[in-house]
Design a protein around this ligand. Sequence first.
Ligand code: FAD
Ligand code: DLZ
Ligand code: SF4
Length: 518
Amino acid sequence: RSTLRLVLGDQLTRLVSSIVDIDPEHDVVLMVEVRDEATYVRHHKQKIAFLFAAMRHFAAELEAEGITVDYVRLTEPGNSGSFTGELERAVARHRPQRVVVTEPGEWRVWEMMQDWREILPVPLEIRSDNRFLCPREDFARWAEGRHHLRMETFYRGMRRRTGLLMDGAEPAGGRWNFDPDNRKRLPKTHRPPDRIGFQPDSLTRDVIALVEQEFGDHFGDLAGFSWPVTRTDALAALRHFIAVCLPTFGDYQDAMKTGAPFLYHALLSPALNAGLLTAEEICWAAERAYRDGVAPLNCVEGFIRQILGWREYVRGVYWARMPGYRETNALQAGRALPWFYWSGETKLNCIAQVVSDTRAHAYAHHIQRLMVTGNFALIAGLDPAQVEAWYLIVFADAYEWVELPNVHGMVLWADGGVMGSKPYAASGAYIDRMSDYCAACAYDVKVKSGPDACPFNYLYWNFLIENEERLAGNQRMIMPYRTLRGLGDKRRAEIRRDAASFLEALSSEPAALHQGDH
Ligand code: FAD
Ligand code: DLZ
Ligand code: SF4
């Protein structure tokens, strides 16, 4: 008798553990489009279209290989709308001997799977996700007994373990980190390279029409959809990135430019997170570019650090610290998410630009996420749960395992320092140095107080004042607190006054109380 093999929407690779040993003669692959997954948060339209299109293409590829795929479409009569309901129905249809699935990316689904053991009339085998370079158990062992989980230590271990950018026991080039050579300002007249987009084929166009019809009131535009939705296209995107962008990746990694969200970034995260590419193949392709002299070490190391370091690390933190991780709120932040995170209608030009990029592409690059929408959320004291919901909704690459540690830990410091040794708070000067946003802003980044002042300036100091008891003892905050103490009472009062009036006006705007309700 057969095995029923459930493949989730972000497990689209022939090598995933649930199907790697498939017996095409007897086994059936189950894939399901379900309403619950599209609405547990109201995802950006492009994220749903990307996933459904990638799922349908992947199913077709498996079928072309001679594998039987039971594919349940969203609007098919009888579709129960949930993973559990569809799995139960499929077990009744196929009467398999057992069900096999790969562990999911989100705690929410992991809990569902535990229930399946009780509900299903046949045994369930949950296999570990072999697409990551660091298995959950290995990270958990490393994290055991540590309160602070520092990325740098983990990353060096991963370099040694994989041999990536290693010359024997030594890091290539004699250093682990080339960040000091990176992160330059983008010259004003610099024109970033054109990127290859992927014209939707007829299957993807059908999905886009379906998403417009079923989820038309979700955040985001569909018009510019050009993500790769097959492995072949994702590989073409990888090749293009390595040849055209990687050689300059590190230099402008932190730069932001109006109307140009992609710059030299890889644009590979939706494909990578959904399974169309593996982390291992991307890292080795980058390493090859260094060894072949195609890209310099500062760029290649900076890029590999993002995937081998940050990506594996946040996934490890998520599974080592869930389910409690989400519940902490170390800075006691509670302000409602302002409406302009959805509408983009704000005088803060940096935020307006990032929201506009995000609406158009379901994408913003790392520094836009960290230092614009993220930094504002931190220094304005926005409620972690509402900020997290926003990040999970608006990006095509968002899954809780990667979104939550980045937002809860890195950006909001809501975990009290498990991930970051200090909050990444910054004033307007940082955004001015790294972008062209300030030149076109109604506020003046050089002005520190009064109605024309850039709000990031006084919100930064106000954040330090409000969190003095919690943060002043932090070794890495000694310098900013020393400066704060030198400001004098008059300046402190100005900061409090400007911040209070700005935040009061913010609170009187219509708040985005419901996730994605806009
Ligand atoms: P590049 O800048 O070219 O980087 C290459 C790759 O490195 C990415 O594709 C990604 O796989 C990996 N990477 C880089 N930084 C990180 C990181 N901090 N954590 C994990 N992987 C990383 N990434 C997601 O995939 N999903 C998310 O939901 C997500 N939410 C984020 C929220 C915030 C607040 C921040 C600051 C970062 C978030 N990131 C998330 C990480 C990062 O911003 C994106 O991975 C990156 O912007 C994707 O675009 P790219 O492929 O062009 O990346
Ligand atoms: C994100 C998403 C969406 C929108 N829809 C589906 C779906 O219909 N079917 C499916 O199998 N997966 C979908 N996904 C991805 C899942 O939410 C993802 O697999 C889980 O969050 C676990 O990471
Ligand atoms: Fe953003 Fe301030 Fe610059 Fe305006 S002046 S774009 S609000 S950092």
